[in-house]
Design a protein around this ligand. Structure first.
Ligand SMILES: Cc1cc2nc3c(=O)[nH]c(=O)nc-3n(C[C@H](O)[C@H](O)[C@H](O)COP(=O)(O)OP(=O)(O)OC[C@H]3O[C@@H](n4cnc5c(N)ncnc54)[C@H](O)[C@@H]3O)c2cc1C
Length: 258
């Protein structure tokens, strides 16, 4: 089985500031012919910006058959950050075919979404897509005022990051008052926090791996730039081997630590 994702060339046709740390990039062009959404609401693409060979991963905020919208968080430094904040409209970029991992069981009675700013595009799309038949609650740890970013309906708890570039989401999850019955828990953010949460969900809450999806979206780096590892091949190989989402995301975190 090939683990190489198909690639598409696209042009950055618009950049909009949504909040001080969030930019909306619109990609378009003939090179996107054949690009198709998986329909999975947390689907992501790899983005390769001019002059780089490494990808960074971004949620498909929307794809209307012509324009691909990505909402990109601006960090203090970073490969995509530096490109996206300079004069980049008109640039050619490469995106990989999308993959998604959200898999809420059909009989879930509730949905809990927890994430930081990088998870906002996925949480917004998930809430837009699946919130109606299922009671949805969201915990968003964001440094900006993004009240209008999420659709109406879900109850939202807005949290301030403890410090710029820091996250305390693991403690937040440990204090959640869980709804009764069976549901689905989705979370994304800084990898170390996500590892702590997986342990909590397995050991303290005893959730089966089909009841949650916890993804490390980025790594706190103190000394060197973190390795960027494509989640796509690990995802496809794991699925082909019959592994659970839980095992696959744990392997993804390990690959990036290696
Ligand atoms: C499946 C998936 C979906 C994702 N979806 C999105 C999305 O829709 N929007 C989005 O903005 N990001 C998303 N991310 C996260 C994004 O890929 C990373 O944040 C990425 O590192 C940003 O690239 P960069 O080139 O700007 O910074 P990098 O060059 O990767 O890193 C530079 C520095 O910034 C730090 N850094 C990286 N991310 C953060 C952060 N979130 N907060 C604070 N410091 C950080 C690093 O530790 C490093 O020190 C997603 C990741 C995955 C795996």
């Amino acid at each position: 089985m090939s683990t190489r994702a198909r690639r598409y060339e696209a042009q950055l046709v618009d950049r909009e500031t949504i909040s001080p740390h969030l930019l909306r990039l619109t990609l378009a062009g003939d090179g996107l012919a054949g690009f198709e959404s998986t329909g999975i609401p947390d689907e992501w693409v790899g983005l390769i910006v001019p002059g780089q060979f490494q990808s960074r991963y971004y949620t498909v905020r929307s794809w209307n058959g012509r324009e691909l919208m990505l909402d990109v968080v601006v960090h203090e430094v970073g490969l995509v950050t530096e490109w996206a904040t300079r004069d980049c409209v008109g640039d050619q970029v490469t995106v990989t075919e999308p993959r998604g991992s959200f898999a809420m069981p059909g009989d879930a009675g509730w949905l809990l979404l927890v994430g930081d700013l990088t998870a906002m595009p996925a949480m917004a799309r998930i809430a837009e897509t699946v919130s109606k038949p299922v009671e949805t609650r969201i915990w968003a740890e964001v440094p900006d005022d993004l009240a209008g970013y999420l659709p109406d309906g879900p109850g939202v708890t807005w949290l301030e990051p403890p410090a710029p570039g820091q996250s305390a989401l693991a403690a937040v999850v440990e204090s959640i008052d869980w709804p009764p019955g069976d549901g689905y828990f989705w979370m994304a953010g800084e990898s170390a926090q996500m590892r702590a949460i997986r342990k909590h969900l397995m050991r303290e809450r005893g959730l089966p791996s089909s009841a949650y999806d916890v993804m490390g979206y980025w790594r706190m780096a103190t000394r060197r730039q973190p390795r960027s590892v494509d989640p796509g091949p690990i995802w496809r190989a794991g699925k082909a081997a019959g592994k659970s989402d839980e095992q696959i995301w744990a392997e993804y975190d390990e690959a990036r630590d290696g």
